[in-house]
Design a protein around this ligand. Sequence first.
Ligand SMILES: Nc1ncnc2c1ncn2[C@@H]1O[C@H](COP(=O)(O)OP(=O)(O)OP(=O)(O)O)[C@@H](O)[C@H]1O
Ligand SMILES: [Mg+2]
Length: 482
Amino acid sequence: MKSRIIAFLSLLFLVFSGGAVISLLYITSTTAELKKIITLHSVEILRQDLIIRIQNVERDLLTSRSELEGSLDNVVTKVGDLNRSIQGCSECHHSPLVSRKLSDITGYIMKFEKSLSSYITTTAGGPRIKELKMEAYAIAEELLKVTLEMSLIADQRLKERTQEALGTVKIAQRTLLLTLVISFLIGLWIAVRLINRILRPVRELIGMSRKIGSGDLGNKTTYSDDTEFGELASAFNDMSTSLRQMQEQLVHTAKLAAVGELASNVAHEISSPITNILGYAELMREETDIGNIMKDLDVIRSESMRARGIVRQLLEFARKMPAEMEEVNINILLKEVIVLVAPRVKNSGISITEDYSDLHCVMADPNQIKQVFLNVLNNAVEAMSEGPADRVKVLSIRTSNLDWGVSVEIADTGCGISGEVLPRIFEPFFSARKVHGTGLGLSITDKIVQNHKGRIDVRSEKGRGTTFSIYLPAGSTLCKEK
Ligand SMILES: Nc1ncnc2c1ncn2[C@@H]1O[C@H](COP(=O)(O)OP(=O)(O)OP(=O)(O)O)[C@@H](O)[C@H]1O
Ligand SMILES: [Mg+2]
């Protein structure tokens, strides 16, 4: 990944540098062109100066040998100046047309110098002098004309070159702008690609961690490449595989432990009535009194019944319990179970309060749900029978609708459950009653409720009472009271 980032950044640097070099070249050539134009503008002043000088020479020539007489020496000096000026111009101008005009001008200046020399040195009389003067003047006029033409052409050329230079400046501007835009787009593309390259494996690994976290051990990512992320993904896959193996090992160990515990619990539960049966059978062998024999037989019978009850409960617990689901009204099931426990309730001096809401229908196996209520109600009655005689014994039953189902609350004012016992009451074979039960009632209850995708909660305070809340999922239609 490191080498890819370096490669991407180098590419970006190259694009930037390339753009910068092209722009620099344009700027350098434009600067040189602008410098030339500035020089040409200053030459323009020289050209104007040349024209003025020619006009001065003409004026001096016309006034020579008259009352306004200009000095002839002056004229000669100025023509010499003209010659030097024209040499200066030749150094600046390189266009063939202007160069040709400049050489014409040089020719006319030489001609003018010659004609001037004849005019100055002549010893002839008035009309000849005038003739020579006019000849020189005519050459000066020609010189002025050619100079003006040259000036016009040079001016035109200057304008063209200025336009060209401005065009080059615009191209330089555009190149710079284009370089910036292209560099920005390439930078953006690189950033998006880099982010995607980094985020894709991270997202994969997050998804996989979530799956493993939710218990789907052994889940593997298909992501693989030769970067550090690829290494991380393969380490994750290894971790996931070993987690799965460890989980399988743990489940296997837990199963073995559960089977061992179950076997020892069953043996313990059954051994007590069997020991009693054996003991009483031994007694009977020595007994001669028929009355005593009958009493021993009653004990043997009741202990045999106890053993059979334990075996039945055990079978109930171990049964796969295929549910026969139908639409049921929980209120009705509850009332039917209350009828079953009513005699015991009455004998124990317990009063019952019932508060039923119009419940939504529940899809459930009615016999299994009745078993749930029976177990919880029996425990409540037993908890209240065990307590002191002056305790107020009230069994409160309340049903209500939830967002997603129904709730049944069964509260008693019995002995309550201590903090140490409370977490164990749903364990199979756990019983903390004075008169020991099998300890299977609540574990069967919990199993049935879970099979119905429901939940059972318990709140209890030692010495004050216990409340069991049973929640079952339900539809949204109200159940008819049948
Ligand atoms: N309403 C209650 N008040 C006080 N203790 C309770 C209550 N319900 C359950 N318990 C405690 O939880 C233990 C487990 O209950 P569970 O019904 O599983 O077994 P059990 O009643 O002892 O035996 P059985 O299998 O005959 O029902 C009970 O022994 C008792 O100590
Ligand atoms: Mg019980």
